[in-house]
Design a protein around this ligand. Structure first.
Ligand code: NAP
Length: 176
């Protein structure tokens, strides 16, 4: 990680990259980078959505001034490893019905209100348009409290990165 980060810093210093950041790093791995970084990561991109809140990471990144970007903001329904934890969630469904928004809009707006940037994917023009219509309204306090109660579920377990012979022997070591 050290050598790679140093080379990424060289890219930034040469003007080849405006900003440099990380993906799928937890608190422990980001802390390690911060020990030697002369350019701290601008951003970390992780799985984050209304059913996987990333509370610890969010708090840590806020303290360190690192922006959190959320991949699979709708839970990647349709992907082999994805789930319906977001798009079939009864709490989000109730909030969507009561507020006249789509479930995707509720899930994406929640991420914006966490200070995160959702990277949502759609191949459907209408859904792409609707997914952007989240900037001129807010979730209310009651809805935010309800979303806090959603059962937490990490869709991407990363099992292929866990090995007896590798640096990460358990899921806890991989994701801290
Ligand atoms: N850094 C990483 O390790 C990592 C890992 C995974 C993903 N990512 C990035 O994150 C991006 C998004 O993640 P993702 O594709 O895994 O998950 P996602 O954006 O949570 O889900 C995509 C799925 O949601 C559907 N969808 C989109 N808008 C919708 C709406 N308004 N209503 C209903 N369904 C909707 C899409 O179908 P339709 O196309 O039919 O709308 C697609 O099946 C990807 O483009 C990828 O680059 C990064």
């Amino acid at each position: 990680m050290k050598g790679t980060w140093e080379d990424m810093e060289k890219c930034a210093n040469l003007g080849l990259a405006k900003s440099i950041g990380l993906s799928n790093f937890g608190v422990k791995k980001i802390s390690e980078i911060l020990e030697y970084a002369s350019i701290p990561p601008a951003l970390v991109q992780v799985e984050m959505n209304a059913a996987w809140h990333q509370e610890n990471l969010k708090k840590f990144c806020k303290e360190k001034g690192i922006h959190v970007s959320a991949w699979s903001p709708l839970g990647a329904n349709g992907a082999v490893w994805g789930s319906l934890a977001v798009m079939d969630n009864p709490i989000l469904k109730d909030i969507a019905i009561a507020s006249g928004k789509t479930m995707a809009q509720i899930a994406l707006r929640w991420l914006i209100e966490q200070g995160s940037t959702p990277i949502v994917k759609s191949f459907n023009k209408e859904r792409m348009k609707a997914n952007l219509e989240i900037f001129d309204w807010k979730l209310n306090e009651i809805d935010l409290e309800k979303i806090k109660q959603i059962a937490q579920y990490r869709a991407f377990k990363g099992e292929r990165f866990i090995s007896e012979n590798g640096p990460y022997k358990t899921a806890e070591e991989l994701w801290d």
